[in-house]
Write a protein that binds this ligand. Sequence first.
Ligand code: SF4
Length: 211
Amino acid sequence: MSFITENYKLAAETLAKAFAKRGMEACYCATVQEARDQVLSMIPEGSSVTWGGSESMAEAGVFEAVCQGNYEFIDRKAASTPEEARALYGKIVCADYFLTSANAFTKDGMLVNIDGASNRVACIAHGPANVIVLVSMDKICTTVEDAVNRIRTFAAPPNALRVGAKTPCAKTGVCADCLSPDCICCQILVTRYSRVPGRIKVVLCGEKLGF
Ligand code: SF4
């Protein structure tokens, strides 16, 4: 076991206690494969399942497995008109399980997410009965301020490229604190406590996922 792996395992034990104090459950999986299996084991067959955009869930193969599994899959991209999208969003907020990642988390158990369309942060905050957050250990930060800096330095610019946003960071590679129409940093959500115990379940992965 490398020292980094050993450190992640130790840190995850500390983090699980920190998340528990905040009404969230957390567990640790050393590998992406274990994390994928863990996420799937948490979703009873027959559940309605949906997600916000999450590179981590996609990379781990969770989306593919859910699509092929015995679930009621609610695909947010299935709508072809604004009216259909609105009706679909009504189903999404009432889903049994919402799958997502976190852009960062703090060492004392707060999740930090930044969003453009903001469906993801909305569903983390309220709506779906259960939220499963798959996040790799490299996204640990000291404070909320550090987390926001991390996201706007390392996560938002590549994400802007991924979605084809016409933002300054997509041209220069660095955040310009923009107010552009395509901005993907419209909302900052800090999840510091869940009043519904265990609604948010965090799967910490020892191998890198997403950005
Ligand atoms: S330039 Fe705009 S979209 Fe890009 S990281 Fe900064 S605030 Fe976010």
